[in-house]
Design a protein. Structure first.
Lengths: 363, 606
């Protein structure tokens, strides 16, 4: 089953880009927590090693196997999400973690990949009308989305729920949806926006309001954003140097090792470092789309596209947020933010892309 | 017409579109980062280097506490605190020396305080000394110009206007305990914050606390404030109006001078607490500067149990005040009729023991009315025996004894109503009838709290309704809108007919107004009063022991003095329960206190 040709066609571009990002990420994490005695970067290194193994496994067997296991993966992710709702550990008011004793893990991360795989399988087996899908055609895939979406939103983890929604929207638009249907859904959603407002928690409202007008919450989110912008901006063209950042290191930036990690990097490595990282992300996403284009079958195309979309939305939202272009949403930056589950998910995503990439030559 | 299954070429155009979209978004990201880092980089660097923006919290003043008529009981006053911002200190040695010279705080103490605050960010102020004097303020104000990192903070402090007057009901503020802090972090409490520790201050913490504000300020390289960037004003906590009537409270407190015990006055029509005294008391203002270990030990170790909230936590035998319940049981169960007369002599012999009456020579042949008026013991021994302990227990519970009243104060005690089952469960032995004799006059195992007795008598006076005692009338926000108000809450009805209640009320009136009544000293011109004295034995007297006057006995062996009563007797609007620990006779130690309380509350009728 393992073919020698597979290794000849191993996708080094993807692998090297991802590794570079992960290594930069760990160094950056070391810097962000330097002087606090924290060993987060060591934990993250362990997760990276597990992640590399995951790439190996995800790349090893033919991705058509993944299609076969789609129901199982999807069902598994739902089960875990239900489990976390029932038995999850509550941290900072949200139930997101499953404690497995030696390690805690976030099922919502796993759900992202499972959703991509499930949608890829569904659309691969479904004929799409030439004019695009109508509301009726969207019912079933919508159902595939809504189950994990609701479970994740309930935790509450609005950042991840938003990513699930965006993955769904990306893939369905990719499969083609009727213009009329798009317009219809948009028209139907708009009146509900004020309604949805009531379901948001206070801190979420504050985040949205302070994005529109930072003066509204100068002590909370407004403060975080101001500090984030100062950290990034003060990095200048060449940055302050490794471990030399003054804003990032625990003092001013909140969540500096998770959601605001990019600010630490931008402060210490300046415009040059920021561009390097952004370009590496761009390479991964564009290369992912390239793989989608050249996949030998439809399932591979949708799968590669879905994973690329996953990376794209994470990067765009996170970096946009820390620079004050978007409201503050809890969306981490792939390979850079601290968090084992998400690093693993990102690595599996890379593994899936490599898998599709390797096998496009095997007709 | 459908497109073929395995033809990825169908996605060619949409993939191009996606690639363009991604390029476009990344282009925006790059422009933005260029704008922040290159175009505006210099400005941001300056902001960062000047160490720029600080958050300073502004503590919200707590809500004010008033009595029922709007007289202020607790207010806020400004307190000046010296704090250090570790991040901004340039010369710590000099700072410590100067602070030592001004305030007398030793450099070691300062080190300790800084060490305790290690976990919080270094730009957050660490309090060194709170509530400093005007002189210290002036000196610090001058000295701090040369000492970056030293700041003066003004924070509201609590002032209990009447000192130790109502401490056990209002409670006090104290620095938050470390263990408590962990669970309260989310509610934005920080180390060093003050929090309500008992009574209303604690029970209504979230109403009183208010919402802290803050100031986002720009500071220079030396940590001095350069510019106020943004500010959110703190919102004062909600005001609380108690049910307490200040004049009545003061009268009760004054009448209890030099005594140990409780006074509870409630309005029998709704359960509102009008006066609430627990002695000895303490001045809650001592906590505002952080209480010293010695003061605290003194409070805890006080032999008269200063920290015990006696009206709700003190459990005493109700003594003769319980006879009303024995009487109610006997009448309801048909054991006696109102007209039944019994011989109540000096002693009552049961088994091989003589149970004696408080009155030398006894009371002769009397009915229930006179038995209550004269507080005959031997009458109730005989009647109680016939009722039996379990039926006594049923009625006692019916009057709210043996269970918490539900007053909004922590750690209320339930008291104890003994029954044959209770004794079997606890002591594994059966009930002896001789023990019923003690219980029928409120001695033996029977224990009640003063608030329970006040409530039970309130029920006698109001036609049988038991109310939950209430201490807060309403909570108001700053604009005077009522955010919470308390309606009378009926928690039960005594299992006694109106006819019986009427007999009891008449007898209680007789206690004060008839010849031979034990409460005759209580009479006030113009106000009919009803009530009952009680003298609770603390040590069991030996048979045929000599009758001694209270002052002839050691303090701990003196009897507890009770008085529970209401006024005006025909249409009561105040019930008072007075309990003087080791005070001797109820008529001598407790009744005069009740008289002053009633006089103060009903002064308009005098």
């Amino acid at each position: 089953m393992i073919d020698r040709r597979v290794f000849i066609h191993f996708d080094w571009i993807l692998f090297v880009s991802a590794m570079l990002l992960a290594i930069i990420g760990i160094a950056n994490l070391y810097s962000a927590t330097a002087g606090t005695g924290s060993s987060l970067y060591i934990k993250q290194s362990y997760w990276l090693i597990i992640g590399i193994t995951a790439i190996g496994i995800a790349a090893l067997f033919n991705y058509s196997q993944i299609e076969r296991f789609a129901y199982f993966l999807y069902g598994m992710s739902i089960t875990l999400l239900v489990a976390v709702n029932l038995f999850g550990k509550t941290t900072a008011g949200a139930k997101r973690w499953l404690d497995l004793g030696f390690v805690s893990f976030q099922p919502s991360e796993f759900a992202k990949i499972a959703l991509v795989v499930m949608l890829a399988k569904y659309f691969n087996e479904t004929s799409i009308p030439r004019q695009g899908m109508s509301i009726k055609d969207l019912m079933l895939p919508g159902f595939i989305l809504i189950v994990p979406f609701v479970l994740v939103a309930k935790q509450p983890d609005l950042g991840t729920a938003l990513i699930l929604l965006l993955i769904f929207v990306s893939i369905t638009l990719f499969m083609k949806v009727r213009w009329k249907t798009i317009a219809g859904i948009a028209a139907a959603i708009v009146p509900f926006i004020p309604f949805a407002w009531h379901f948001l928690k206070d801190y979420q409202k504050a985040r949205l309001l302070s994005f529109i007008d930072p003066k509204l919450d100068p002590l909370g989110t407004g403060y975080h954003l101001a500090q984030s912008k100062i950290a990034i901006g003060s990095g200048g063209f060449v940055g302050k140097g490794f471990v030399m950042g003054t804003q990032g290191q625990l003092k001013f930036l909140p969540e500096h090792h998770t959601d605001f990690i990019f600010s630490v990097l931008a402060e210490e490595w300046g415009f040059i470092g920021s561009v390097v990282v952004i370009v590496l992300f761009l390479i991964i996403i564009m290369w992912g789309l390239h793989i989608a284009q050249h996949s030998k079958d439809r399932f591979g195309t949708i799968l590669a596209f879905g994973v690329s979309a996953l990376f794209f939305w994470h990067v765009a939202i996170n970096i946009g947020m820390v620079m004050g272009l978007l409201p503050v949403v809890g969306v981490p930056l792939p390979f850079m933010s601290y968090g084992g589950s998400f690093l693993l998910t990102s690595m599996v995503g890379i593994g899936v892309l490599i898998n599709v990439s390797m096998r496009r030559f095997m007709f | 017409m459908y497109i073929g299954q395995d033809n990825p070429r169908e996605f060619k155009n949409v993939l191009y579109a996606a690639a363009w979209f991604v390029t476009f978004v990344f282009f925006i990201l790059l422009i933005r980062i260029w704008y922040l880092q290159v175009f505006k980089g210099k400005d941001f660097r300056e902001l960062a280097e000047s160490n720029s923006i600080r958050l300073v919290r502004t503590i919200a003043p707590r809500g004010i506490i008033f009595d029922t008529n709007g007289k202020m009981l607790v207010e806020n006053r400004p307190s000046f605190d010296i704090s250090i911002i570790p991040d901004d200190v340039k010369d710590l040695g000099k700072v410590k020396q100067t602070i030592h010279a001004i305030t007398g705080i030793t450099p070691e103490d300062i080190d300790e305080k800084l060490k305790a605050a290690k976990k919080q960010p270094a730009f957050q102020p660490v309090k060194i000394k709170e509530d400093i004097s005007w002189e210290e303020v002036a000196k610090t104000e001058i000295a701090k110009i040369d000492m970056p990192g030293v700041i003066l903070e003004i924070e509201p402090k609590r002032r209990y206007i009447f000192g130790d007057l109502i401490t056990h009901l209002i409670g006090y503020l104290s620095e938050i305990a470390e263990g408590q802090l962990k669970t309260l972090k989310k509610a934005n409490y920080r180390a060093g914050d003050y929090i309500g520790k008992y009574g209303v201050e604690s029970g209504f913490e979230e109403h009183l606390r208010g919402i802290n504000g803050g100031r986002q300020i720009e500071v220079d390289a030396l940590g001095r404030e350069v510019e106020l960037l943004r500010k959110i004003n703190p919102i004062q906590g909600n005001n609380i109006y108690l049910t307490i009537d200040l004049d009545t409270q003061i009268a009760a407190r004054v009448a209890m001078a030099n005594k140990v015990g409780s006074v509870v006055a409630i309005d029998p029509n709704n359960g509102r607490v009008l006066a609430f005294v627990s002695l000895p008391s303490f001045d809650p203002n001592i906590f505002s500067k952080g209480v010293s270990r010695e003061t605290w030990t003194e409070l805890v170790a006080n032999p008269f149990r200063t920290l015990e909230n006696k009206p709700v936590q003190g459990q005493y035998p109700p003594a003769s005040t319980f006879k009303l319940i024995t009487a109610a049981a006997a009448l309801e169960e048909g054991i006696i009729k109102p007209s039944t007369k019994i011989y109540a002599g000096e002693t009552f012999r049961f088994g091989n023991r003589d149970f004696r009456d408080w009155k030398q020579g006894g009371h002769g042949i009397i009915d229930i009315h006179r038995a209550i008026v004269e507080s005959s013991d031997t009458f109730f021994y005989q009647v109680g025996l016939k009722v039996g302990v379990d039926r006594l227990a049923y009625y006692a519970k019916g009057f709210g004894l043996g269970q918490k009243t539900g007053i909004q104060l922590t750690d209320e005690k339930p008291g104890l109503v003994p029954s044959s089952k209770w004794k079997k469960d606890v002591y594994k032995v059966q009930w002896y009838e001789g023990e019923t004799i003690s219980v029928s006059v409120g001695q033996g195992y029977m224990l009640t709290t003063p608030i329970q007795m006040a409530n039970a008598y309130a029920a006698i006076s109001n036609g049988g309704k038991l109310f939950q005692p209430q201490i807060v009338d309403r909570v108001e926000d700053l604009s005077g809108n009522i955010s919470m108000s308390f309606k009378p809450k009926e928690i039960g009805r005594v299992p006694v007919s109106d006819k019986t209640l009427d007999i009891l009320k008449k007898a209680l009136y007789g206690v004060v107004h008839e010849d031979g009544g034990t409460g005759r000293g209580l009479r006030i011109e113009g106000i009919p009063i009803a009530g009952k004295t009680g003298t609770a034995q603390v040590v069991k007297l030996k048979e045929n022991a000599k009758r001694l006057k209270p002052h002839q006995v050691a303090y701990e062996q003196r009897d507890h003095a009770w008085f529970v009563g209401f006024a005006p007797a025909d249409d009561p609007n105040i019930v008072v329960a007075v309990m003087v620990e080791h005070g001797g006779f109820g008529s001598e130690a407790a009744a005069p206190v009740a008289k002053e309380v009633i006089k103060a509350y009903l002064k308009d009728k005098l």
